[in-house]
Design a protein around this ligand. Structure first.
Ligand code: SAM
Length: 656
């Protein structure tokens, strides 16, 4: 029997160390791994030759020196997590496993992946996992990696692989035509956005075959980059004031619910685009509900204005609480003025109402229920005062209620607020006879109080629980509205992308167990719900640095390399609609299915820590049916300069 140990020692000295590989850990690893166990049995005697050898599935095990060269170039540390693409026999993965903590390896041939997996088990490599698959897509589930080693020659360096590197991480990969001499490249991710490339000499590898490399026939799989695919599929959007703008969205109009997102809570273009689309849906397609991510009692003030219903005595002006600019801005004002004048030309049943889905204005809702009952049922109003009195001490500081419920170990207001809603619902027939709209308003407020009580109570249990309660409340309110308006009702929803993009397909759902209104709508309505996301590359945004801080206008940082936003920017179309419905734009949609970072700016924007505060992994075509892009955007203009209320006339119906 051949003396493999001696042959191995000789291989390391003569083929590897003598050619200039000095990394002691790599040399030690090459001394440790029995290469003969990774080649077909009849070739074992050649295992330590200075050459690649054939293995099963017409592939090769790389020349030992090349394995060592690539591993040394990858500057491995003991604590690293490494991805190998093209694990073949598993030899390089085993050498890696001697040096680093964890190795994930992908092989496109099932036969090879299975054989390599068995070898790892037999030889006791517990820190290697081998998967069958297309490694040109990387392995997003396990990313980021400290190093990526690609053991077959690609047509280019796939952007998705770079994205899966840690900052500081290294990718080593041959690039070049199948069968030709290729270049070995080393790319280091020097920051979120920057990469440095070095050429390490000529090599010859078998081709990398997959979505981001070659086809079996040796052609480039899709010569178009993702930005080019987006560019080819993008439908340029006309001016926001051009009626053709809204008409481009007619394709979504057969749905019962169209949900329009936004990538920040302070970008003018997002509001104006949503207004243009909504106007079209109302005028041409019978949509009669506009339901927004705003508090019910505040939106109710606007609804009275747009449907010309009588004002309620003593009612508070709408949207006076932080973040006021989100609704008290010139774009929203223009939209509600348009809605009012359009409503004035149609029968009451065809008017479009304006409703709030959110649950933060607890005090406003309590007052609205009591005021309503004062009018229709004074005895019930007295009972409501007593029951809601339980929450009164916390009206200004509802979080305090949550704390109290935790310290005392029970929620003293839970029963009374639930009872209040139950009784209101029981008396529905009686109350509706008086005025259906007023009843709907009171019942929605009573439901809000009940859900807000629960929301503040669970806030201390965990973010996911309170987020889910809030989005479930929004969804239920939407369903109640649709029910109340009858079988032909159709709704447009305006809310942040984080509420609208199906959460089942983002970090929200997959990592944090959060659901959202978009997901709940898809589950209930299927294709009768259309989810449309909005994005931007750069510009300005109205926002605050902390909750309750004054509004500021900040610059939006150019989008991060590799993010969906950067891909959209690189498409080079200033503003566009990308239709991602099933069967449409398949090549672009397929390419967009690689998980990427997506930016979420809310009321708060912290550019300094943007990557961590505002980006999350997502799969765009799973989140949305359509993607609306504005390359450069500008902040909304608050009606009262963010602070100083203007004259009465100008402010109506927002009040002073
Ligand atoms: N590192 C391997 C070893 O130590 O045996 C040698 C790998 S061999 C040179 C290249 C391997 O890449 C082949 O087994 C081939 O099937 C695989 N491959 C090619 N394209 C691939 C892809 N898209 N994803 C995963 N593996 C791929």
């Amino acid at each position: 029997m051949a003396d493999f140990a001696a042959a191995r020692e000789k291989m390391v000295e003569r083929q590897i160390a003598a050619r200039g590989i000095h990394d002691e850990r790599v040399l030690a690893a090459m001394r440790a791994v029995p290469r003969e166990a990774f080649v077909p049995e009849h070739l074992a005697e050649f295992a330590y030759e200075d050459a690649p050898l054939p293995i099963e599935a017409d592939q090769t095990i790389s020349q030992p020196y090349i394995v060592a060269l690539m591993l040394e170039a990858a500057e491995l540390e003991g604590s690293d997590k490494v991805l190998e693409v093209g694990s073949g026999s598993g030899y390089a993965a085993a050498v890696l496993a001697q040096v680093v903590d964890e190795v994930i390896a992908i092989e496109r041939h099932l036969e090879l992946a299975t054989l390599a997996g068995e070898r790892m088990e037999r030889l006791g490599y517990e820190n290697v996992s081998i998967y069958e698959g297309d490694g040109t897509r990387g392995f997003p589930e396990e990313a980021p990696f400290d190093a990526v080693i690609v053991s077959a020659s690609g047509s280019h360096v796939p952007d998705v692989l770079l994205q899966q590197l840690e900052v500081g991480g290294r990718l080593v990969m041959p690039v070049g035509e199948p069968g030709a001499v290729q270049k070995l490249l080393k790319i280091t991710r020097s920051s979120e956005d920057e990469y440095e490339q070095e050429e390490m000499g000529a090599v010859r590898f078998v081709p990398l075959i997959g979505a981001h490399a070659w086809t079996e026939k040796g052609e480039r799989a899709d010569p178009r980059s993702l930005p080019e695919l987006i560019r080819d599929a993008a439908e340029p959007l006309p001016d926001l004031d051009d009626p053709a703008f809204g008409a481009l969205f007619d394709r979504f109009a057969s749905a019962k619910v169209v949900l329009l997102g936004e990538a920040s809570h302070g970008t003018s273009e997002f509001y104006r685009a949503r207004a243009a689309i909504t106007q079209r849906l109302i005028e041409e397609h019978g949509f009669n509900i506009v339901a927004v991510e705003a508090d019910w009692p505040d939106a109710a003030v606007i609804d009275r204005y747009v449907r010309d219903r009588p004002e309620r005595e003593g009612e508070e002006a709408a949207f006076q609480r932080f973040p006021t600019w989100m609704w008290r801005n010139t774009d929203v004002q223009a939209f509600i003025r348009w809605t009012r004048s359009r409503n004035a030309t149609v029968e009451p049943e065809r008017m479009a109402g304006f409703y709030g889905l959110d649950l933060y204005n607890l005090g406003g809702s309590i007052r609205a229920v009591i005021d309503y009952l004062d009018d229709v049922d004074p005895e019930a109003a007295a009972v409501a005062r007593e029951r809601y009195g339980c929450l009164q001490p916390f009206a200004k500081n509802p979080q305090g209620y949550g704390r109290m419920a935790i310290t005392r170990g029970y929620a003293q207001c839970e029963q009374p607020v639930a009872q209040m809603l139950r009784e209101l619902l029981q008396k529905r027939m009686e109350y509706v006879a008086e005025d259906g709209d007023e009843y709907l308003d009171a019942a929605a407020n009573a439901r809000l109080v009940k859900n807000a009580e629960a929301y503040y109570r669970v806030m201390y249990h965990g973010a996911a629980e309170s987020w889910n309660l809030r989005d479930t409340h929004m969804f239920e309110t939407l369903c109640q509205l649709l029910d109340a308006k009858g079988p032909d009702a159709k709704a447009v929803v305006w809310a942040h992308n984080s509420h609208i993009g199906n959460a089942a397909h983002t970090e929200m759902g997959q990592v944090r167990d959060e659901l959202n209104i978009g997901q709940l709508c898809k589950e209930k309505f299927g294709e009768q719900a259309r989810l449309i996301g909005f994005g931007t590359h750069t510009g300005t945004v109205a926002c605050a640095t902390d909750w309750d801080d004054p509004m500021e206008v900040k610059d939006v940082r150019p989008s991060l390399a590799g993010s969906y936003e950067r891909m959209s920017h690189d498409a080079g179309v200033e503003r566009f609609l990308l239709d991602m419905r099933q069967g449409v734009n398949e090549a672009a949609v397929e390419a967009l299915m690689e998980p990427r970072l997506e930016r979420f700016i809310g009321v708060i924007y912290r550019p300094e820590t943007e990557r961590w505060s505002h980006y999350a992994q997502a799969v765009l075509p799973n989140q949305f049916d359509g993607w609306v892009w504005f390359d450069e955007t500008s902040a909304v203009t608050p009606l009262d300069g963010g602070e100083q209320p203007a004259g009465e006339e100008e402010m109506y119906p927002f009040g002073l």
